[in-house]
Ligand binder design. Structure first.
Ligand code: F6R
Length: 248
C-alpha cells in the first residue's frame, strides 16, 4: 500500500488527475471506475479542464461504484445526476461507454447480475475510491461480507438521516443502494483512494495500519498489490511513517 500526502486536497487532486491523464494517453481503451461524493469533485474538475484543453475521453469506459435504489437518474440527488453535473457533461466520453448501477430496475437482483457482467466485459484499469467515516468503500458498510459482487445494501440509519435534507419528503429518502462489491473493487488493476479532512483521519489510520476486518471495509485494500491512498495532511494526521509527504 502506498500513501501520498499533500498539504492540500487541491494539490492531491492535481496529482491524481495527472495519473488519470497519463492512463488515458497511454492505454488504447482504459476502463476507469468512478466514485461520487465530495472527495473526487476537484479531480473531476481537473479532468473536465484537461478535456477542454484537448484530452479526449472517446476511448474511455467508465463504471460507477453505486447508486441509490428508487431514485431516478434525473433526480437532483441521484448519483447519475452527480456524475453528469461534475464530469460527464464536460467530457467527450460516449454515453454508451458510461455504466452506473440501475437503482430503479424492477428486478434489482437481475440489475446486480447485469452490472457484474459489465464489469467482466470491462475489467477496471484504475478505480477511484472515496472513504466513508466508518471505513466504507462504495456502499460496502462495516460488518458486511467482504467477498461480494454487485449487491443491494441497506443504508445505515445515520446515512438515511443525513440524506433527509436533500429530499422533499421523508418517503423519498432512499433506504437502500446498489453497490459494486468489495470483490469487484479488488479486481481493479490499480486503486487510488482519496481522503481529505481531519474527519477522515481515524478511518484512514484504521484502513492502513489496522487489522484487516469487516469492521473497516477499506482495510481489505491492504491485500491489493497496487493501492495508493492520496491524502491531505489533515486526513494523514494519525499516520506515522506511512505518511510519505509528496508535495508541500
Ligand atoms: C460514493 C461512494 C462512497 C463515498 C464515501 C466518501 O460513490 O462510493 O463510498 O466515496 O462515502 O464520501 P465523501 O467523498 O463525500 O466524503
Amino acid at each position: 500500500m502506498k500513501v501520498r500526502t499533500f498539504s492540500t486536497k487541491e494539490l492531491a487532486s492535481v496529482y491524481v488527475a495527472a495519473i488519470v491523464e497519463n492512463l488515458i494517453q497511454t492505454h488504447p481503451s482504459p476502463v476507469i471506475g468512478l466514485a461520487t461524493g465530495s472527495s473526487p469533485v476537484d479531480l473531476y474538475r481537473h479532468l473536465a479542464h484537461f478535456c477542454h484543453q484537448g484530452l479526449s475521453f472517446a476511448q474511455v469506459t467508465t463504471v460507477n461504484l453505486d447508486e441509490y435504489v428508487g431514485v431516478p437518474a434525473h433526480h437532483p440527488q441521484s448519483y447519475h445526476r452527480f456524475m453528469d453535473d461534475h464530469l460527464f457533461r464536460f467530457i467527450d466520453v460516449p454515453p454508451d461507454q458510461i455504466f452506473i448501477p440501475d437503482g430503479t430496475a424492477s428486478d434489482l437482483q437481475a440489475a446486480c447480475e447485469q452490472f457484474d457482467e459489465i464489469l467482466e466485459r470491462h475489467p477496471i484499469d484504475l478505480q477511484i475510491l472515496g472513504l466513508g467515516h466508518n471505513g466504507h468503500i462504495g456502499f460496502n458498510e462495516p460488518g458486511l461480507a467482504l467477498a461480494t459482487g454487485t449487491h443491494v445494501t441497506a443504508l445505515s440509519p445515520e446515512t438515511i438521516a443525513a440524506n433527509a435534507r436533500f429530499f422533499a419528503s421523508p418517503a423519498e429518502v432512499p433506504t437502500h443502494a446498489i453497490t459494486m462489491g468489495v470483490q469487484s473493487i479488488l479486481r481493479a488493476k490499480k486503486i487510488i483512494l482519496l481522503a481529505f479532512g481531519e474527519d477522515k483521519a481515524e478511518a484512514v489510520q484504521r484502513s492502513i495500519s489496522g487489522q484487516i476486518s469487516t469492521d473497516v471495509p477499506a482495510s481489505i485494500l491492504q491485500v491489493h498489490p497496487d493501492v495508493t491512498f492520496v491524502l491531505d495532511k489533515l486526513a494523514a494526521a494519525l499516520l506515522g511513517g506511512e505518511a510519505v509527504c509528496t508535495w508541500g
